[in-house]
Design a protein around this ligand. Sequence first.
Ligand SMILES: [Zn+2]
Length: 457
Amino acid sequence: MADVEEPEKKRRRIEELAQKMALDDANWDGRWNHVSKFLERAGPFTHPDFEPSTELLQFLLETCKILVIGAGGLGCELLKNLALSGFRDIHLVDMDTIDVSNLNRQFLFRPKDVGRPKAEVAAEFINRRIPGCNVIAHFKKIQDFDESFYQQFHIVVCGLDSIIARRWMNGMLMSLLTFEEGVLDPSSVIPLIDGGTEGFKGNARVILPGMTACIECTLELYPPQITYPMCTIASMPRLPEHCVEYVRLLQWPKENPFGDGVPLDGDDPKHIQWVFQRSRERAGEFSITGVTYRLTQGVVKRIIPAVASTNAVIAAACATEVFKIASSAYISLNNYLMFNDVDGLYTYTFEADRKENCPACSQVPQELQFAPSAKLQDVLNYLTKSATLQMKSPAITATLEGKNKTLYLQTISSIEERTRPNLCKTLKELGLTDGQELAVTDITSPQTLLFKLSLST
Ligand SMILES: [Zn+2]
């Protein structure tokens, strides 16, 4: 019984501890003992060139500047892990607000926070909870910042659920690289740690831009988003999903049930209810069963089930890589870790290869091979359908007779209308000749991609 601390004694001890913590400006005695063990002594797993030192901890605490992209399931875990590992200068970018359905796993958020920006609430929570940590929130899109913003960071960590955003971020870090006589200047490299999860599967990877495989090098690893052919949706539906897609894509814009131009909001129960009712009617016409409210919402929102434990594993792997790279005490992951616990547990690490002619990181001009009789529509189809490019709404321009000419642009409706006739024209009719350069911009990259047209008959 002598081991049990008297309540009064315990109260005093805790009070003293709290006082000490407050007094010593967030660096109370022994706070970094666990981190120091990794930095102040060598071991069988440390990097061969590693020199133990007390300065490394100072670097983590005072100098190292980390950018975290995404404050969702992965982002909450990442922030917590990084802050507890000693990183204090952290910027956080997220464009989302908190939804009630986030609360089961995005543990920095409370019911009172619903509706507020994720980045702000997460930053406030971490700063309040972890003394000395200074997370700066940006309730913005990654596209709202330019090179000078991204240049200030030592490491970028992505916890995103969007492939487009990931590709854009990858392209941004590539655009920061500088070369001297064709040789990469290593000081321009900002390592990118990327985590991704989908249900019980996840991956973590380390990308050294210009040096190791980048997101675009391995684009084929991402399965294309499930889409159904329009003709199936419109005239011969077989699956309940086809019926929901019919209502979402065709009936909603035609009937505008909630007013002209009001977009379908997957988080609005009235909207989902409307789509659900119409989808059920459509399914009835074709004797299709299985249209439920839940399925309707799943199709409309393209829900990928989120599993808290997968996020925790992947974020832990990513945060560990940040620590390894920032301290250079350990050899970092080379370069792709996959994790799967759908059935038992499986994890595997491999080295993804750089692609020689990667459109993002290779400096090799991209070639487009077409027959002169091919139409611009064929080029557009290739840019969007090719597994290695997977563009979303590419805009194509060319310099013809010294003038910059937009051949096709989808995102601005007046220009789309004006340039649409070009799609049915052949490359020859458009005045494009062998060797012509085409400049293509797309939301998947901040950079303009240059293609060289190779016309063969
Ligand atoms: Zn690449």
